[in-house]
Design a protein around this ligand. Sequence first.
Ligand SMILES: [Zn+2]
Length: 135
Amino acid sequence: MPTTTSAPGPVLTYRCDGCARLISDLAGDLHVAYAEVHAHRHGSRSEPARWAAHHRRCNPLPKAAGYRFPIEAARTSTALLVWTLVLSERDWYRHTDWPAFVRRVLEATHLLRTAATDLATLERRPRRARAEASA
Ligand SMILES: [Zn+2]
């Protein structure tokens, strides 16, 4: 079984989609609007529902109008991985842009230089390893 070390990794930061300032712990949420999910599911919206980060005071969406969780629960890449598992079990997951949101977060934190170049590099490694193994 895989094991872990206690290394926490970089702390992820989020800028408010309202005021563009950094959001500190206990002051904001990541959220997606149910109306956008519904519109994408039923074809009246071509883009998947967009995940956003807001200070609670800047959030234009009423609490009941979307799915949300606190910013302090998404401070590490491990936390984002766990949220990906949790969210992917929701029947509305594929109607949201969560994978693109995660890419934006990782790029903003410089964990990915750009999603396109880094992911291409990651995808090349296993093929090269396979080629070397069969040589
Ligand atoms: Zn704000």
